[in-house]
Each structure stands twice: as C-alpha cells, then as structure tokens.
Design a protein around this ligand. Sequence first.
Ligand code: ATP
Ligand code: MG
Length: 404
Amino acid sequence: MTATRSLLNPDLIPTYVREVADTLVAAGFRAVLVGGCVRDMLRGEVPADYDIASSALPGDVANIFRKTVPTGISHGTITVIHRGRALEVTTFRSEGAYLDGRHPSEVTFHGELQADLARRDFTVNAIAFDLADGIVDPFGGIRDLQEKRIRCVGSASERFAEDGLRPLRAVRFATTLAFELDPLVMDAIPASLSVFRKVAMERIRSEFEKILLSPSAREGMGLLKESGLLGSFFPEVVEADWSGLDRLPKSLAPRLAMTLLGIANPAPICARLTFPKAVADSVCALVRHSGPPTHASSDADLRRYLSQIEPAIEDALALAEARGLLGPYGRMREIAAERPPLTVAALAITGQDVMNALAIPPSSQVGATLRKLLEEVLEDPSRNTRGELLRTLARWKEEERVSL
Ligand code: ATP
Ligand code: MG
C-alpha cells in the first residue's frame, strides 16, 4: 500500500469537508475521502461533490453531528449537514455474494478501509485520501489515472457478474474521462450482457445520460455499440448516425433526438428508457420536425417552420446545425433572434376578443380562428396589433355573412 501526501494538495479540500473528517477522527474513528472526489482532485479537477468513508457507523455519525439525514442507512450512508453543505459519510463496508447480478446478498460493516476499497468498481475509483496519512491506493489506481485506463478492481468478469451495471459504468468513465478501456474490461463485457439485462432501467439511464452529455459522446456511443451494450438496452439506434453528437449543446433532448432521427414515434422508446416526460416530449418534437423545410425560401416560410418547433427552437436549430443542414438557411437564426410572434399566445388579441368580435360562444371555432390569425401574422409580423387583428376579424365576419 502506498501512502503519499505530495500527489494531492490538501489545501484543495473545502473547509466543510475537512472539518467533518477532522471531527470524526477526533472522535476516535478513521475518516477518509474516497471515490470520485479523490479521482477528480488527482486529475486536477474540482470535484462536483465529496464522499467520506469512515469506520464510524451511521448511528455514531448521527450522535457526533448536530444535523444529519438518514439517506441510506442500510448501505451505511448518512448525510451530514455542516456549514450549510451536505456531505455523505458511508461506513467502511464489504459486500456478500451477489446472487442476482444487482444486489449484494448482505452488506458487512467491518471498519476496514482496505476491504471497502476492494468492493469498488474501478481502480481509479478505489483511491482514498487520508487527511493525516495521504493517499491510500492498494490497486494501482494512480498508475491507471496516469496511463488513462479504466481497469477493474480484481477480475473484470467476476466484478461484472456481481453487478451488471458495471460494464456500462466502465464505458461511462472511459467516455467522460476520455480514458481507454483496459482490454480485459472490453473482453469481459459480452459475457456479462445477460447480467446487464437484469439491471433496473433507471440505473442504466442515469449512466447513459452521462455518456450522452459528455464532450466525447460520439466515441462513447461507439464503445456502447462495439461492446454490445447498446444493442442490449437501446437496439433501435444501433445503426443510427450520431456523428454530429459532440457538436450539440450539452442538453439531453437534442442529443437523444439525434440518435432517434428517422424513428417514427420515439415516445414509447423514451418511456421504456425512463426519460422524464418533458424530455420525451421535446425529443418527439425535435424528431418530428428534424430539419428546416427543404423548400424554405421566404422569411414567412422560415417563421412557419419556427412556429412548428416552438418551444424547442434553440435545440432544433442546434440539431440542424450539427447535422450540417443549417447552412442554406442561415437566416433562420436571425429570424428567431428577432423574436417574431410564433404562437397563438403571442397574438395581440385573446380568445375573448375573438368571441366578442364574432359574437360566438366558447367553442373550437375560437381556437381555429386564433390559429388562422396566427397564419396571417406568420406571413407578416407587422400585422400583430390589436387594431389590425380586430379589423381582420371584422372582415372575416363580413365575408362569411356575404357568402351565406
Ligand atoms: P461521478 O463524479 O460521476 O459522481 P463517482 O466516482 O463519484 O463519479 P458514483 O456513481 O457517484 O461515481 O459512485 C461513487 C463511488 O462509489 C465510485 O467512485 C465507486 O468507488 C463506488 N461505486 C459506485 N457504483 C458502484 C458499483 N456499481 N460497483 C462498485 N462500486 C461502485
Ligand atoms: Mg459521485
């Protein structure tokens, strides 16, 4: 076991994290930083959050700190609120045999850091930082960080058989960290697919989202396909063209939509993958109107197109741009920036005005009339004044009377 201080500058650790660790140590327990935060600090990045692993049991932690939240007591996790910040403290544990490829049959709290690191998935995630003693790296995680490699703690096939999510996490970390998958990891994936298929879709979706939102999403999709994982949970897109993925903003709907272009109805697929309804709705709109109209020539045509894809205009333009389709329609962005009225709600009159002007009760005719007015306004936005629209309504009423 190596123990060095020099690799990681302890000044990087925020005060609230240091104080929680120091308090646990002062109470006679061991407390170390572990997992993603150590990995990210060693890479010179500021971690999104910090995790502490400790010999203290959740009950001990609850007794020591004034404010705690029992977030996952059965897994040994309790959240400490300190200086207004939340910090997870998890008891050193190891896991019994995995009988179903998803959950350990038992969790043992044994007070040992080494065994806690041994149950973690990848060497780069199995490094601890002890504020007093420095780095604890029993599995060569630092070397793998330096060589930019995702390697399992122990045998890849055994670790993947325990928890079917791990192969996907391997691809996720290779993608988000821009690391290589160790050949042993890649080779172990095909045989683990039957276990992967048992994993809850929410857990799969959460990892997949991180791949999609990564700057190397395109490469990540390639790894997913090559490893057979994509075919297992998202077979509809295995042959899709996602080459423009990295050019899209880091937003879920347009990125997901790019993989689903050409699918007639993505809604049930999004639901199966447990994406929230708001994401699914945007994806469907983006896929349905997946490119500027090829016949588009006039500004009015472009406004009509923008009106169809509202409220996903920015995403739709980004999608068109990433696919190299926007070039001939450069005016589309300028027109969108002018913020012309594109929806019935943006009209200068309301449904009540329509009912008054036409002397009709509430009915579907009101909505239909508003949409007809919108068509006029899309043709020429300067017509969107109350006076002009009321005059148009009066003219329509007159024409109807004459035609009767
Ligand atoms: P991120 O920055 O994306 O949150 P992370 O390393 O913190 O990365 P988490 O999913 O938050 O990733 O997990 C925290 C730590 O818990 C990991 O670093 C790893 O040590 C361990 N871990 C998480 N999931 C598993 C798993 N399925 N099998 C083994 N260890 C895991
Ligand atoms: Mg994390």
